[in-house]
Design a protein. Structure first.
Length: 173
């Protein structure tokens, strides 16, 4: 079943071929200069209400569950349905946290009960003038031809733009 990529980061363009069992490994990095202090940008990842605002709440996504236990070994789960009825589930585990400097987590994405990827993500925060340089690096294993680096990077750029908007609303900038 084809999936389309639009503004919604959860829509993934691929054709699912149940006989394709390849694993595609990839890496990408996204840098953002956010006009807010590292503590506020870090809060956007670590505080449930802020994370939900940019990561889980969208008009065309019916959020069923968003749980966040932000600590080393803690989990984050986001579960809901896209407008087309596709069930979208992410399950993350926090591997390393250095307050206001670094977050490392692993996560997997499952669409309609089918795993499509497993990833290792690192988010780094560096004070830059009056703001923060945020660097997001993701190493992914895309499963069975169900996702692509291009689609994932597009989705993460979209989400990080939402994060930046949420942070700027809170900082009053």
């Amino acid at each position: 079943m084809p999936r389309s990529v639009g503004r919604d980061s959860r829509r993934i363009e691929s054709t699912i071929d149940m006989t394709d069992h390849r694993t595609n490994h990839t890496l990408f990095t996204i840098k953002r200069d956010v006009k807010a202090p590292p503590s506020l940008v870090f809060d956007a990842w670590s505080k449930k209400e802020m994370k939900r605002e940019w990561f889980a709440l969208e008009d065309d996504f019916d959020l069923k569950v968003h749980e966040l236990d932000f600590r080393v070994g803690g989990n984050e789960t986001t579960d809901g349905n896209q407008a087309d009825g596709t069930r979208f589930l992410t399950e993350a585990v926090y591997q390393d946290i250095v307050e206001c400097e670094r977050i490392i987590f692993t996560y997997r994405i499952i669409l309609n009960e089918e795993p499509i990827s497993v990833s290792l993500a690192t988010v780094e925060f560096v004070a830059a003038g009056r703001g923060t340089q945020m660097t997001y690096t993701e190493q992914s294993a895309f499963l069975d031809g169900k996702d692509t680096r291009e689609a994932r990077e597009h989705g993460m750029k979209y989400l990080l733009g939402r994060l930046e908007d949420a942070v700027l609303r809170r900082s009053g900038s």
